[in-house]
Design a protein around this ligand. Structure first.
Ligand SMILES: C[S@@+](CC[C@H](N)C(=O)[O-])C[C@H]1O[C@@H](n2cnc3c(N)ncnc32)[C@H](O)[C@@H]1O
Length: 326
């Protein structure tokens, strides 16, 4: 059943009770999701609380902490394990979400040489899945992951049992208090910096913790236009949306003692990464049909919102650089 047919089947009964749902479902199908109707949709989803029987699905748009509780919960329910928390990167048709997320990590690391004797730092490591993946496939000497969100770090610590050379700490990217000066060979920060309100402090920290021969890779979502007035300020703060523009980055690297060796706009690969995403949520993983409906709707909204923003207002940029004196 395609997405439109599925939504029709699942939402006919809801339409009588919540008339606005009828209009919204058309917009969802066409991925025409804006911040305004996302707010309305969140309200409707709260009314569906009992139906979906999963409060964390509904609170995803309430705060950044709730969002990460929700997305971890969704991946665990759908895939039976924690996945990375970043967007998918297209390489070929019919890939799973997990494979497409690994593609993004692999692509970012393709700009980095061997890691056998390297000390790595992942800033904004989320639930640690990416650091553990890198430890598996690239065998660095050591990898440290830090994240501001203690919920994510506790998942990371729980999942790391099998890895000796991986450590996780709660820390702020703008302070990096757990990391010594000039101790890191490679710093990666994948899809986390858009949350930092003071990115210039983060760039100064990169300069402090990297060895003179070190390298950094930042993949970030940036705004195409100078401001995001279409998002309410209160909601932006709650979700910790603090996007820079690409030009802000370019203007700030030099002042932070860093230089850029390479940058690339990979937005089209990310948008394309959602291709086939309707197949990722499968009925077989759910006990009840109504529970399945809740998760499926969540996935449609999530995918629709992300792709809509990337098509109209945001770019996904990769920056590879090093200390200025390197
Ligand atoms: C989209 S997730 C990406 C996680 C991971 N890098 C990955 O690729 O799977 C963004 C992460 O940035 C973290 N974050 C937000 N603000 C932060 C800050 N100031 N310092 C450190 N981490 C932060 C969030 O808690 C979240 O885990």
């Amino acid at each position: 059943m395609n997405t439109a047919a599925w939504i029709k089947k699942g939402s006919d009964s809801l339409t009588n009770e919540y008339p606005a749902f009828d209009k919204l479902k058309k917009e969802i199908v066409e991925y025409q999701i804006t911040s305004q109707n996302l707010h309305s949709l969140t309200k409707i989803l709260s009314k569906m609380k009992k139906i979906a029987n999963k409060p964390s699905l509904i609170s995803a748009a309430y705060s950044v902490r709730d969002y990460y509780v929700s997305i971890n919960d969704v991946y665990l329910q759908i895939f039976g394990k924690h996945l990375m928390l970043h967007y998918p990167y297209y390489q070929k048709d019919f890939e799973s979400l997990e494979k497409r997320q690994q593609n993004l990590t692999d692509y970012c690391l393709s700009y980095v040489d061997g890691m056998a004797d390297k000390n790595l730092l992942e800033v904004g490591c989320g639930n640690g899945t990416q650091s553990l993946y890198i430890a598996d496939i690239r065998s660095p000497q050591k990898i440290t992951g830090i994240d501001l969100n203690p919920d994510n770090i506790s998942i990371a610590l729980h999942n790391k049992a099998r890895q000796q050379n991986v450590e996780f700490y709660v820390d702020d990217a703008q302070k990096l208090e757990t990391i010594s000066d000039h101790s890191i060979d490679l710093l990666i920060c994948i899809e986390s910096a858009f949350h930092y309100p003071h990115k210039e402090l983060f760039l100064k920290q990169i300069s402090r913790v990297l060895k003179p021969t070190g390298k950094f890779v930042i993949a970030d979502i940036v705004n195409i236009f100078p401001n995001r007035k279409y998002l309410s300020k209160g909601w932006k703060n709650k979700m910790a949306f603090n996007h820079w523009m690409e030009s802000d980055y370019m203007a700030s690297f030099a002042g932070s003692g860093l230089k850029i060796g390479y940058s690339e706009n990979i937005t089209s690969h990310i948008i394309h990464g959602y291709q086939g995403s309707s197949k990722w949520v499968r009925r077989v993983n759910f006990r009840s049909w109504i529970n399945y409906l809740g998760y499926r709707l969540y996935a449609v909204v999530h995918t629709g919102y992300n792709t809509n923003m990337l098509k109209n207002r945001e770019n996904y940029i990769l920056f590879v650089g090093s200390p200025e004196k390197n």
